[in-house]
Structures are given as structure tokens and as C-alpha cells.
Design a protein around this ligand. Structure first.
Ligand SMILES: [Zn+2]
Ligand SMILES: [Zn+2]
Length: 221
């Protein structure tokens, strides 16, 4: 007995094929004209799997010649886009009740988000290109830091406190006024450094961009 896979050409009857969905022999047009659930390639792949199981478990004398002509066997599987470890981490943060949680939900809805990239520059540019608000761009910065540092922030300040400072300072460097969407790399800075006895109170914290912060050095204002 000849066993047929979905899309196998019928032996001795060129132009006739087996449709496993209809369990019937059909002509080639059938596959484009009749709608079946799923793709023909998927159905063919299932035929192959079921066949392997069947060959292992049964004594029946079914045959299928190697290299049988099939309409779908050589169609490559559609590749799933690869995702970066950062992206996989970020989409798991969606239940958080903070700006990173909001970002996570936005990113899942963004069909054009660069899933494969963990480059902060590329991801920032995507948000800026989508006219994302400064809070979202800053959330990306913070998410990236948190991801890399494995849940501990460099400054030791909580994310909630940091975002309170960002919002109070309108997501702008308090020296030059640049925002994240204008390309600034904003950070929460201690006006009086911790090393000199500065506290973690809101009143001792402000937003600076990377350039202004570096220019400031360790002297306090
Ligand atoms: Zn069919
Ligand atoms: Zn600045």
C-alpha cells in the first residue's frame, strides 16, 4: 500500500495530488483555490511527523518512496525573527506598575520594533522615530541598565524615585536643557555627591545629561 503525504503526486497519474485535509486526490489548483486551515507546508510537515510515528509503532506494510514528488516538501519554513536577550527580558516586564512596565506593553504593540537588536542606540532611535514621549525613552534607558546590571541600579536609587526626579525636572538636563528625544543621555545626579555626605532626598537630586554631568566632575554646585 502506498502512503501519501499532503501534496504527494499520485503515482502513475501526473498532475494529481493527495490532499490530506480533504483526504482526496485533487489537481494542483485545488491547493490555491480551496481554503484549508493552516498552510500546505504545515500540513505536509505534519504528514511527515505522523508518518514517522506510524512507521515506528505499526507493523502495517505502508510504503512511501524516498524522493517522492511533493508540492510542498521543498518550501522552506518561515523563519521566526530572532529576538535579543534584552527584548525577551523586556516583554516579560509588562505587568510591572512602573514606566518600564508601560514601555514593555508599548514595545509588544510596536510591530516594527527591532526585536533582534540589543543596541541601546538602535532601540532609542526606534522610539524617537515613533515620536515616543521622553518618559518612554527614559524608561528604555533605565530598562537597559536594569537588564545589564541584573536588578541593581548603579546609583542605588529606586526606579520610582528616579522617575519622580525625571518628572519634576521635565525629562531635561537641568544645565543645558537637552531631552532624551533630542539625543541627550540623561541621568539622575546627586547635587552634593554621596561621598561628600549628600543624601538621596529629592532635593539633592536632579537630572543632568551625560556631557554636563561629566563636565561637572565631583565638585558640587
Ligand atoms: Zn483539500
Ligand atoms: Zn546637559
Amino acid at each position: 500500500m502506498r502512503h501519501y503525504f499532503h501534496g504527494d503526486e499520485v503515482e502513475g497519474q501526473a498532475g494529481h495530488y493527495y490532499c490530506a485535509y480533504c483526504d482526496w486526490f485533487v489537481n494542483e489548483k485545488h491547493f490555491s483555490e480551496v481554503s484549508h486551515s493552516g498552510t500546505d507546508k504545515e500540513r505536509y510537515d505534519r504528514s511527515v511527523k505522523a508518518w514517522k510515528v506510524r512507521k515506528k509503532n505499526s507493523q502495517d506494510n505502508l510504503q512511501r518512496p524516498n524522493g517522492a514528488h511533493n508540492l510542498f516538501s521543498s518550501i522552506p519554513k518561515p523563519k521566526k525573527p530572532k529576538t535579543s536577550p534584552f527584548y525577551r527580558w523586556l516583554v516579560k516586564q509588562q505587568d510591572r506598575d512602573d514606566p518600564i512596565g508601560d514601555l514593555s506593553k508599548d514595545v509588544r504593540r510596536d510591530n516594527g520594533f527591532p526585536l533582534e537588536s540589543s543596541s541601546l542606540e538602535i532601540l532609542r532611535n526606534r522610539l524617537i522615530g515613533k515620536s515616543a514621549c521622553d518618559e518612554a525613552i527614559q524608561a528604555l534607558e533605565e530598562a537597559h541598565k536594569e537588564f545589564k546590571s541584573n536588578k541593581t541600579t548603579r546609583s542605588g536609587l529606586s526606579l520610582a524615585l528616579r522617575f519622580d526626579v525625571f518628572r519634576r525636572d521635565d525629562f531635561r538636563c537641568q544645565i543645558c536643557g537637552i531631552t532624551a528625544s533630542e539625543g541627550g543621555r540623561l541621568e539622575v545626579d546627586h547635587k552634593v555627591p554621596v561621598a561628600k555626605g549628600g543624601s538621596d532626598e529629592m532635593s539633592n537630586l536632579w537630572i543632568l545629561c551625560f556631557n554636563c554631568n561629566r563636565g561637572k566632575g565631583t565638585k558640587s554646585l
